[in-house]
Write a protein that binds this ligand. Structure first.
Ligand code: ATP
Length: 365
């Protein structure tokens, strides 16, 4: 049966730093992929928020922007924050964190997969087989203290970590379902809970809820690792892992390690998914050190956009969206495949324009 034509509203945060440089190419690629598969149109709505907006207007995340984001079918975000623009308490402006909290986007999904053609980050040939997904809880953990920490008498500073049963259960359920889905496509079917349960009550509780939840998914292997051992083993043998699930702060750190395994921040996509909303955003920040130089790698944002199409496709049961997502991933793989396109961050000379053109050429073929 032919799927009916449908228009989806996409709230687009071009953000700060390199955000406005990588966003237009990403929208072009999304449009092209959807045109090729037909049946779907994307209506992009430009939404202001971020550090530059705060500097210029005193507001980082206007109510109207929040409303547009909540009403949209999906949210696409580049990167936000500038080290030179800070709130009075010294923290960086980060509406993307507010968005995760407000929309309950508890599952931060960070796939770590190598794009063929790029130099392997590790010496072993097995590095070609790296294919894991890190799920970073994104609404609580140590980040529950965001904007609430305290400094007393310039002598003692405190931030409090929060782990709740309700978020943890949904997080682990998400992880086990993802592992089942990946198992159907040939992965091992394993979820590793990454914590520090040997030291902290909060992590012992996190692990206890994980063990309880694992009983509901008997066909998936439930494994554990302390975070320090995981940092070691993600470098020693990352190809041993399938799905990793962890607390917010640990996930923040390990996802940069994951990005390094992929060749750099510009290669690493992500999605922050809740029960009703989702934000798709590259793992990297606003990279102020390369703003205006044309060196920003837009690939992570392209791959995040592909994850958005996958999510929309699953939610609306529209195969053409998943097809468009695959078109983007294949175009990225093919653009890099012959080893000629090396991004600046990997020591090459390919910047935003060259990478965008190469991916567009592949999409057009
Ligand atoms: P945040 O705290 O907001 O995550 P960060 O301070 O960790 O940000 P990033 O902005 O992600 O840092 O940048 C880390 C390094 O990676 C910088 O040297 C930056 O130039 C580089 N980088 C980040 N994103 C890209 C990209 N898309 N293309 C090329 N280089 C990038």
């Amino acid at each position: 049966m032919k799927e009916s034509h449908k228009t989806f509203d996409i709230a687009v945060f071009a953000g700060d730093g390199i955000g406005p440089e990588i966003t237009p190419p990403c929208l072009e690629i999304l449009k092209l992929a959807c045109q090729k598969t037909g049946d779907v149109e994307l209506n992009f709505i430009d939404v202001p928020a971020g550090a530059a907006l705060y500097r210029d207007t005193g507001t980082s995340f206007p109510d109207e922007s929040k409303r547009i984001a909540k009403d949209a079918d999906a949210i696409l975000l580049s990167c936000m924050g500038l080290p030179s623009v800070r709130y009075e308490d010294g923290t960086e402006v980060s509406p993307q964190i507010d968005l995760r909290m407000e929309l309950g986007l508890y599952a931060g999904v960070r796939p770590v997969r190598l794009v063929p053609g790029l130099d392997l980050p590790l010496a072993s040939e097995k590095a070609k087989d790296i294919d894991l997904v890190l799920i970073r809880e994104s609404t609580e953990g140590l980040f529950a203290s965001h904007g609430k920490g305290s400094v007393e008498n310039d002598a003692i500073a405190k931030d409090t970590m929060v782990i709740t049963r309700s978020v943890s259960e949904r997080l682990f359920d998400f992880a086990f379902k993802l592992a089942s889905h990946r198992k159907e496509n040939g992965s091992e079917g394993k979820v590793t809970c990454v914590d520090k349960a040997n030291v902290f009550q909060s992590f012992a509780f996190f692990r206890k809820v994980f063990d309880e939840q694992s009983k509901l998914a008997p066909s998936i292997i439930a494994d554990h690792s302390y975070v320090d051992a995981m940092a070691l083993n993600l470098v020693r043998h990352p190809w041993h892992f399938d799905v990793l699930v962890t607390e917010n702060m640990f996930g923040d750190i390990l996802s940069d390690l994951g990005a390094a395994l992929m060749g750099g921040m510009g290669m690493a996509p992500s999605a922050d998914i809740g029960d009703d909303h989702a934000v798709f955003q590259p793992c990297h920040g606003s990279a102020p050190d390369i703003v205006g130089e044309g060196k920003a790698n837009p690939t992570a944002m392209f791959l995040s956009a592909a994850m958005m199409l996958d999510w929309l496709g699953q939610n609306h049961q529209m195969a053409s969206l998943s097809l468009a997502a695959n078109l983007i991933r294949d175009a990225v793989d093919n653009a890099f495949a012959d080893g000629q396109l090396t991004p600046f961050e990997l020591g090459g000379t390919a910047g935003t324009e060259a990478i965008t053109s190469a991916v567009i050429n592949q999409l057009k073929n």
